[in-house]
Design a protein around this ligand. Structure first.
Ligand SMILES: [Zn+2]
Length: 78
């Protein structure tokens, strides 16, 4: 894993933003740059990390551990 240097000013994710986006993050719906911002925040923020863990566990229970990592662009009929 290489360290990436940000040339420009980056958007600072707040805890609120991060928690709000965690579900999408886990479902892989965010753009790579947003994912990076969330990961960066999670590294520095134990609180949000707990939320991520909890959300992860919930999703695991929901979809099961056998859920494929690769999600094709299928739309879920709600
Ligand atoms: Zn946070």
């Amino acid at each position: 894993m290489g360290v990436q240097q940000e040339a420009q000013g980056t958007v600072i994710m707040s805890c609120r933003d991060t928690i709000h986006l965690i579900c999408w993050y886990l479902e892989g719906k965010l753009s790579a740059s947003v994912e990076r911002e969330i990961e960066k925040h999670l590294q520095d923020c134990p609180d949000c990390h707990l939320v991520l863990d909890a959300a992860n566990t919930t999703l695991d229970r929901y979809f099961g551990p056998a859920r494929a990592e690769e999600v094709t662009a299928d739309t879920k009929a709600a």
